[in-house]
Each structure stands twice: as C-alpha cells, then as structure tokens.
Design a protein. Structure first.
Lengths: 322, 281
C-alpha cells in the first residue's frame, strides 16, 4: 500500500519535526531574492522566521504585538514591489486582522503571503484563546485567497516556495508540535490534492497533522479487510475537485478529517462541492462546534478523536451505518 | 499657481463632488468639502512629484487616501490633474467604471489611475502608507532625503478612533519613516455626531508628540499655511510627521458647514443648485 510516489520510504517510523519548521526552511530557500521581506508580530522564534532574520536582518521587521498593522504594512510593501511574508499565530492572523486581510490584501490582490502557525487544538496548553479552529473557514471565504495546509515540514517548506512563485495572496496554515516528517521534499503544486494511498471502499480527505494519522488508520483497517483511499488536500482553495470527485466515484463514500471546526473547513468545502456535483454519503470529522482546552495536545486529540485510533472508530461506525 | 488659483480649483472640485454624489445618489460630502484646499495644494501646489501620464512611475510621491469616503474628491482632483478623462466622473457610484463610492485598487487590473490603495474601512490606509514608506526607504534610502519618494497619507479625525491607527503611528516612529507625512483632516464631525462627543481629541497634538511624531498644525483653509506646513513636514528628518489641518466639515457651502448630517447626505436638486451657486461666487 505504501505509495512510494509521494512518501518517504520510512514514513511509518518517521523523524518528528514541527510543520511550522517548514516556514523557516522555505524562507531560507527563497530569501536571497531582495524583494522578499518578512514581518512578524512578536513571534519570530515560534513562527520559525528567526533563521531568516539572522541571515537577512535588513529585510526582517518585528512589528510588535500589532497584527492589524502588520497586515496593512505588508500590503503597502507589496504595493511597492516587495514580496512580504507576514507571520503570527492563526488565531491572531487571520483572527484579529481579518478585516485588514480582507480589504488591504485579498480585495486589493496584494502579493502578501500570510504564514500562520499554532493552528488547531495541536497548540496545546496555551488553550482555546490560542487554538485556531476557524481560520480555514475564514480564509477560504475570501475571493482570490489561496489556502494551503501542508501535512509535514517538508511540504510546508515547499508551500512557502510555491507561495513565493505565485502572484497573489496566499495563506499557509501550520502547527506547533513535532509531528511526522514523511513526505518527499518535492515541488508543491497549488491546487493539487495528493492520493497517498489508493483504496476502493472509502475516501478519506484530510490535511495537516491528520493526514499521517489517516494513513496509520488505513493500515489498521486494511487488516480488517477495509480498503481506504487517503487524500492529502494540501490546497483547500482552490480545491482539487477533480481528484476528490474521481475518488468518490470509485468508493461511493467519504469522510473528511481535520483539526478545525467541522463547519466551514475542508469538510465544508468538500460537502459544498459534492452536494452540487455528486451527492455522497459523507461525514465531517473535526472539532464539532466546540472549543479546545488548556491541555497537552495529545490529550486534546484523544478527547476529540483526531488520532488514527479516533479515525478507525469513526470509520467502523460510518461503514456500519450503510 | 497663486493661492487664489488654488482656491478656485478647490471650489470647482467641491462642485464636482456635489454633482457626482447627487448624480449617483450616494457618496460622502462633508469630508470631501473640508479637504478640498488640501488636495489643491497637494496636486497643484508643487508639493508632490507625479506624472499623470505615468501613474505607476516608481519614484513618484504617493498620495494615499486612508479616509476612503473622501473618494469623490480624490477622483475629481485626479481627473483635473490629468490622470484620466473627466467624462469618467459621471460613472461615480455605478458598476460601469472603477469609481466606487470607496476607492478600489486591485493589483494587475486597470482600475482608476492615481488611486493608490483600496480604502473605506477606516484605519487601514494608515498602515498601508507606512508599509509603502518603509519599502521606499529600503529602495531609495541612500539618496538625500529630499530625493526619497514620499508618502502623503490623508486621514480623518473620526478615523483616529480605530486602534490600528495608533499601531501604525508607533511603527512609523520606531522605523524612523521620515518620508511619511500624515495629514489629519480635523473637521470635527463623523457620521452621527461631532467627534468630541466620543473621542479624546482635546490634546491630540500633545498625544501625537508624546508618541514621537513630528506634529505640525495649520488652518486647513488657508492655502499659504497649508503650503508652508507641508513644506516643513517634507523636510522633517528622523521620523514621520503629522500635519493637523483645522478644517470645517462641508466647507464652502454655508448650509452644509459643521453639520454631521452632511457626512453622507445626498443633496436634493434644490440643495445642489444652491450649493453650486454659492461655490461659483
């Protein structure tokens, strides 16, 4: 079942690296271009943009705890020919500065790349105030905004490069804890959903930390005679409708799986598409209209079923319902 | 151009604003009227460097309208300055052209030449202007200060109630953006009331100085004072300046002056006629 096309051979026993490290790695690759500037709102270390600061301090700007200004300043720099990357936590950006992102960046088509870390329950003990569960919903609602959700640090670095090459606003969501680094470091294709495992009984679409969990769940269920197809929707907008539709035509059923509210994220995007084009028996897994809590992320993930074990349970229930 | 020439242009542009708003049955009045003398100096007083035939000229000075609802005034002046044909003004507030009630700037699209940013939500342009100034300093900072492209950002007193404005001011001061000149149109009114009813503006000059901005003040309807204060602001070193212009909302038409209801009230046929008459005289 191992899909050697996209995954590293040791994907089952991977090195663990935070997805947000990809911000730092990606910026180092593209930072030579003098038009690239990086701004952060007092979160250089945790958003992993410090490496850029150390290498190109004259193009790094600490804006302080002021995310709305950060978005506007980024827009102004983009309008003056630069390629700004603005970094903060997803709760603050796009949370606190949503209107600035909406008007000064998205509407204006300013070439600003929004790097947001610490998304989801994965943020852990800082608690609900720091756990962004709505950011995908917010960003995908904006016309012209590209929304990328890499599943590991390699893909995150590649997403940064892809964002740099793309002309227009881009949002990249990343997470805090050390999680499997298992995807081949290859070019990130905006708008492409990757089938990491082919299967015939059920389609799983996921992104971020949950993709690896889904692959583990698929292996467990394979032994029970269930054949899952696992898709990494690393671009939420524009959604790769063709790949998802093709998969659902084959399997006839779909589960979406994300560290985000069940309403408005990937599940919502897929449901909207299928509802119009191919109504399908589906269920959306995530945080179901609820808040997180101030606990270890593993604890939170167990509680909310966002692990391979949680997915296995959900799949069994879902398949029995048919 | 003499001060009188500039006043005449300002009054003609006031008429244009009223006609545009009346035709569209939408748009804002009081603010545009109070800032007309300022824009006359900016666009015709030799204060800013620009080329209407090359609106994207990299080294131009930028005039950024953060108080986006002053759009009809901006459009009237841009047309007058030769950025586009005057007959486009009749499309203000319609879907036919790019003359929205609030300015729209979209990268990669034709839009309206001379419009530097999208604005409307108050406070946003203040940050965007700072970003532009910073980028220009990065690019041209080695030149003598007089030759570094400048950013002039117009904001309103009501707008200063938005927190983002204060974020931007602090940032501009810390980054020593001395090619950034904020201009506050202090006309004392906002949508439903006088600014003084909700804001703490009595010592605003002192507050801004305390924050680290270089503060200048002038009568916003005295051409010579506006010219002088902008000239001093342009020569300020070490950090951003803010020029506080004391203005009268709805200036130029007695029955509109200092009345919050004229923030976004569309003049009737009769009111338009009376206003034009007064402005022509």
């Amino acid at each position: 079942m191992d899909n050697g096309k996209y995954l590293l051979p040791d994907w089952r026993t991977p090195e663990k690296v935070p997805i947000r490290n990809g911000f730092g790695e990606g910026l180092l690759k593209i930072g030579e271009d003098e038009r690239v500037v990086v701004l952060t709102a007092d979160l250089a270390e945790s958003c992993r943009v410090k490496p850029f600061e150390e290498k190109w301090p004259e193009r790094f700007f600490e804006v302080g705890v002021a995310e709305q200004n950060m978005a506007g300043v980024g827009a102004g720099m983009a309008l003056t020919g630069l390629v700004p990357f603005i970094a903060s936590y997803a709760v603050f950006s796009p949370g606190r500065n949503y209107e600035q992102i909406r008007m000064s960046i998205a509407f204006t088509k300013a070439n600003v790349k929004i790097l947001s870390s610490h998304a989801g329950l994965a943020t852990g003990k800082n608690g609900p105030s720091h756990q962004a569960l709505e950011d995908v919903a917010q960003m995908r609602a904006l016309p012209g905004m590209v929304v990328l959700t890499p599943a590991d640090a390699n893909q995150c670095a590649a997403a940064v490069e892809a964002a740099y090459r793309y002309r227009g606003p881009v949002y990249i969501r990343s997470t805090r804890p050390a999680t499997p680094r298992y995807i081949k470091p290859e070019k990130f294709e905006i708008g492409k959903a990757y089938i990491y495992k082919e299967g015939s009984d059920l389609t799983i679409v996921s992104y971020g930390i949950q993709v690896w969990e889904a692959l583990r769940a698929a292996e467990i269920l394979e032994k029970e005679g269930m054949s899952l197809e696992v898709i990494n929707a690393s671009t939420i907008k524009p959604l790769d409708e063709a790949t998802i539709l093709g998969s659902v035509k084959k399997t006839g059923r779909l589960l979406s799986f994300e560290d985000h509210q069940t309403r408005g994220g990937l599940g919502g995007a897929v449901a909207e598409m299928l509802g119009e084009k191919l109504p399908t028996k589906m269920k959306i897994l995530g945080v179901n209209d609820s808040w997180g809590g101030s606990g270890d992320y593993e604890e939170l993930y167990e509680k909310f079923g966002l692990t391979s074990g949680g997915l296995v349970n959900q799949v069994r229930k879902f398949m029995l319902d048919l | 151009m003499t001060a009188l020439d500039l006043v005449k242009i300002a009054n003609r542009m006031r008429q244009e604003v009223l006609k545009m708003v009346h035709l569209a049955q939408a748009g804002h009045v009081a603010g545009p009227m109070s800032a007309a003398d300022l824009l006359a100096v900016l666009y015709f007083g030799g204060v800013t460097k620009f080329d209407p035939n090359n609106p994207e000229w990299e080294e131009r000075d930028r005039v950024v309208l953060s108080a986006g609802h002053y759009a009809p005034l901006l459009y009237a002046f841009l047309a007058e300055a030769g950025f586009f044909a005057k007959d486009r003004l009749i499309s203000f507030g319609t879907l036919r052209d790019f003359l929205g009630v609030h300015p729209e700037k979209k990268v990669g699209e034709p839009g309206l030449p001379g419009v530097e940013i999208s604005s409307g939500p108050l406070g946003q342009g203040v940050s965007v202007a700072a970003g532009m100034a910073l980028a220009l300093k990065l690019k041209y900072g080695e030149r003598p200060q007089e030759e570094t492209p400048k950013v002039f950002c117009i904001l309103s007193d009501g707008e200063m109630q938005e927190g983002q404005v204060w974020e931007a001011f602090q940032f501009a001061v810390r980054r020593q953006l001395d090619n950034l000149i904020y201009i506050l149109d202090r006309n004392r009114v906002q949508i439903e009331r006088y600014v003084s009813e909700v804001a703490q503006m009595n010592h605003i000059a002192g507050a801004l100085e305390a924050l680290g901005l270089e503060v200048y003040e002038a009568d916003g309807h005295d051409i010579a004072q506006i010219e002088q204060v902008l000239s001093r602001a342009k020569r300020t070193r070490g950090g951003p300046s803010i020029v506080i212009l004391r203005t009268v909302a709805g200036k130029g038409v007695k029955f509109m002056e200092s009345d919050p209801k004229w923030h976004d009230r569309v003049p009737s046929d009769e009111e338009l006629a009376r206003a034009i008459l007064e402005l022509e005289g």
